[in-house]
Design a protein around this ligand. Structure first.
Ligand code: 6PG
Length: 237
């Protein structure tokens, strides 16, 4: 991992603060340069605190939400109002609290057939690379809904469906091809439980990809190494 892109902080709260600052500046810079910014949100539990921080008044004022197009990195195949839905989590923690119109929000349809929904999402994404993709790290080294040894690791379409070993099983996800075309990828990883897997991914990122390379270590954007926002508990293993 390029150490220039490792952002380490003493605590989860400090990591969230540092990432919020980075993200606000990056989004504003994209909008200033091109008039728009496409942002793919991560799911799971870690980003909740980040989204809640971005929903606070100081960041709501700083981020030009009317110029932002919101996507997702992955989705569980559940109804949008299901608490397990990444859409539902982002809505309640962030999107219901910022000035954004419905046509700027592009959820993956977890309520449709997974293969059909993945194809529909590829159309919705269009041909332009995403500006920003937020990702987490699963304890097995997965990211988005790209799982170790899964066939989804090898597709060249922008989206695909996958099967999670942890329920909800059926998933829709951006593919590595899509993630690696994006202009900036940012991982958020906190907590000692992720330390060992983080070190494994960090080591694999320095090596060529093989059949044993974890999904998170296959994230190698052509635009430059991903940014990693981590706390010291993740580093101290
Ligand atoms: C999901 C996420 C997934 C997540 C990791 C880490 O839908 O669950 O997209 O890739 O980022 O599993 O999850 P936690 O943040 O809950 O540890």
């Amino acid at each position: 991992m390029n150490s220039d892109h490792l952002h380490a902080f003493a605590t989860p709260a400090a990591t969230i603060e540092g990432m919020a600052e980075h993200l606000a500046a990056l989004i504003a810079g994209n909008v200033q340069a091109t008039g728009t910014c496409s942002l793919a949100l991560a799911g799971g539990s870690t980003p909740r605190a980040l989204y809640e921080r971005l929903a606070q008044a100081d960041y709501v004022e700083r981020i030009p939400w009317p110029n932002v197009q919101v996507y997702w990195g992955d989705e569980r195949c559940v109804a949008p109002e299901d608490p397990k839905s990444n859409y539902s989590m982002a809505r309640s923690t962030l999107l219901d609290h910022v000035p954004i119109e419905p046509d700027q929000v592009h959820p993956m349809r977890g309520d449709l057939d997974p293969a059909e929904s993945a194809e529909r999402y590829a159309q919705e994404l269009g041909s332009d690379p995403l500006d920003i993709v937020l990702l987490g790290l699963g304890s097995d080294g997965h990211t988005a809904s790209l799982f170790p040894k899964g066939p989804e690791l090898h597709v060249d379409t922008p989206t695909t469906h996958s099967q999670s070993p942890i329920p909800p099983t059926d998933r829709i996800t951006l593919s590595l091809a899509c993630i690696n075309r994006s202009h900036q990828v940012i991982f958020l990883v906190t907590g000692a439980a992720k330390a060992q897997r983080f070190q494994e991914v960090r080591a694999q990122l320095r090596l060529p990809i093989t059949s044993n390379t974890l999904p998170a270590a296959r994230v190698r954007p052509s635009s430059g190494p991903a940014h990693w926002f981590v706390d010291h508990a993740v580093l101290d293993s």
